[in-house]
Structure formats: structure tokens, C-alpha cells
Design a protein around this ligand. Structure first.
Ligand code: ATP
Ligand code: MG
Length: 256
């Protein structure tokens, strides 16, 4: 694969995971995530779906990477496999230099809790917990004190415009509100990488704008984001746009 080439970042995708980025200030920055030859096949009965067919991808610290592509072509699988939520069949994924698929389940879960935030396509909120309890969960998981976790969760819900829904359970909220709770939950622990699968897919254009602004502000503060989207505007609102077709990276372009 040809090296990426633009004025602000240069990385040799054929090199092993020690590849480095040249920042604008001519500083060399190691990618926060480095995936090589990632392959994933789902087997259902006697049917096989090659969902990922050799993905090479680096994400720089603080980068906003967007991912687009047709339905069913592997975008959610990419997020799940690169974040270590799902196993892979072949390849390596280094996050902060740790080969996440070689870690024990406990270490991998801990790594995710400390370093990653998730906004899932289907929200994945816990039905029996209220909005604020859902949002404070990632903080409690990394040992934050209950009072501080509650305060930070309340602030985060306020930022997504849900200060008046803190005690509602998911079933008592609209799809867009649930998406906003999921966004608050992903951001509350200020993770180094945020994975977002269609974060604005269920939102009206005004609320989508609020969420997008919030994602861009945490990105401006130095957090890396990988955002899957079907929305062309969102797709072109980051640093780089990668298109996934048939389980492969079909193209990539700098968008900023
Ligand atoms: N758990 C699973 N078991 C079997 N096949 C699966 C599983 N998850 C996904 N697939 C298949 O893998 C392929 C990629 O699915 P994926 O969910 O990654 O697509 P996507 O690009 O996110 O689509 P969309 O835009 O509709 O969300 C699809 O053909 C899908 O049917
Ligand atoms: Mg998907």
C-alpha cells in the first residue's frame, strides 16, 4: 500500500507498528493505534462472511478519523475488532504499544476501560439503570469515587442537553435521547480513543449538531476519535476519511 502523504502527517503503512507520524511542528508522534493485516470471518452454520479482509490502519493521537462505506461492508466489525471488543482471525492491533488481542480478557477489559470510550450503533445502555447511572458506570469501573463520578456524570448529561432526564431509564427516553446518554457515557472518563458508530444516526439535525460539536471539542482537547457515519457532512468533518468497501480500505483522503 502506498504511504499516506500530506503536509501534516506521513506514515509508512507497509512498515511494522513502529511507524511514526510527522506532526506539523516536525515532531515525530507514534500512532496511538496501529492495525496490520486484520482479518475477521464470521461463520454462521455453513455460511462464511469475510467481514474484514486485511485492514492496515494507523490512528494518530488526537486524530479525528471518519469511516464511511456501504451497509454490511464491515464498518462496525472494524470498530469491534480494532477496539478489542471482538476477536480477530489474523493480524495485529497495537494500542499504546499493547497487542490487545494477546492480552488476557481481564487485561484487555481493563485497557479498554482506561483508554477507550464507545458510542455503539445500538446504544447498549443498561436498561435497569437510570441515565446518570449509565453515564457514571465507566468512571466507577476505573475506581473513581462515587460522589465525583455522580458529579461528572451530571455535568456530562448537562453538556448533551439532558440535565432534566438524569433519572429516566433508557426505555423512558427517545432514541435520540438514548444516543445522547450513550455519548455522555463514552466521553465522561475522557478516554484517549473514542469509537463512535453512527453517533448522529438517530438524531435530528439540531441535536446531531450538538453532538458533533461536542465530539469535535473533545477532539480539539487531544482525544482521538474514530467515527463511523453514513452522513457525508460528518464524514468530511474530521482529519481523514477512510472508505471501507467489502471488508477492505478502498480509499482514504485527508479532509483537513
Ligand atoms: N455476529 C455476526 N455473525 C455473522 N455475521 C455477521 C456478524 N456481524 C456482522 N456480520 C456480517 O458481517 C458483515 C459486516 O457487518 P458490519 O456490521 O460490520 O457492517 P456495517 O458496515 O457496519 O453495516 P451498517 O452500515 O449496516 O451498520 C455483514 O455482511 C454482516 O451480515
Ligand atoms: Mg454498522
Amino acid at each position: 500500500m502506498a504511504p499516506l502523504s500530506n503536509s501534516s502527517m506521513v506514515v509508512d503503512m507497509t512498515a511494522p507498528s513502529t511507524a511514526t507520524y510527522q506532526s506539523g511542528a516536525n515532531k515525530t508522534v507514534k500512532p496511538i493505534l496501529s492495525a496490520r493485516n486484520v482479518r475477521k470471518t464470521y461463520r454462521t452454520g455453513d455460511q462464511e462472511v469475510q467481514a474484514l479482509r486485511g485492514i492496515d490502519l494507523d490512528v494518530a493521537p488526537g486524530e479525528l478519523l471518519t469511516v464511511m462505506g456501504p451497509s454490511g461492508h464491515g464498518k462496525t466489525t472494524l470498530l469491534n475488532c480494532l477496539s478489542g471488543l471482538d476477536d480477530i482471525d489474523e493480524g495485529t492491533v497495537l494500542v499504546d504499544d499493547a497487542d490487545i488481542h494477546k492480552l488476557s480478557d481481564r487485561k484487555r477489559t481493563d485497557h479498554r476501560a482506561r483508554r477507550m470510550g464507545f458510542i455503539f450503533q445500538s446504544f447498549n445502555l443498561i436498561p435497569v439503570l437510570s441515565a446518570i447511572e449509565n453515564v457514571e458506570l465507566p468512571l466507577l469501573a476505573i475506581g473513581c469515587k462515587a460522589k465525583e463520578a455522580r458529579q461528572r456524570a451530571a455535568n456530562m448529561l448537562d453538556q448533551v442537553g439532558l440535565a432534566s432526564r438524569t433519572s429516566h431509564r433508557p426505555a423512558e427516553m427517545s432514541g435520540g435521547e438514548q444516543q445522547r446518554v450513550a455519548t455522555a457515557r463514552a466521553l465522561v472518563s475522557e478516554p484517549a480513543i473514542i469509537w463512535a458508530d453512527e453517533p448522529t444516526g438517530n438524531l435530528d439535525s439540531v441535536t446531531a449538531g450538538v453532538i458533533l460539536d461536542l465530539l469535535q471539542s473533545v477532539n480539539a482537547a487531544g482525544q482521538a476519535l474514530v467515527v463511523v457515519t453514513h452522513d457525508d457532512g460528518v464524514g468530511h468533518s474530521g482529519d481523514r476519511l477512510v472508505r471501507i468497501v467489502d471488508g477492505r480500505i478502498d480509499s482514504e483522503e485527508q479532509t483537513r
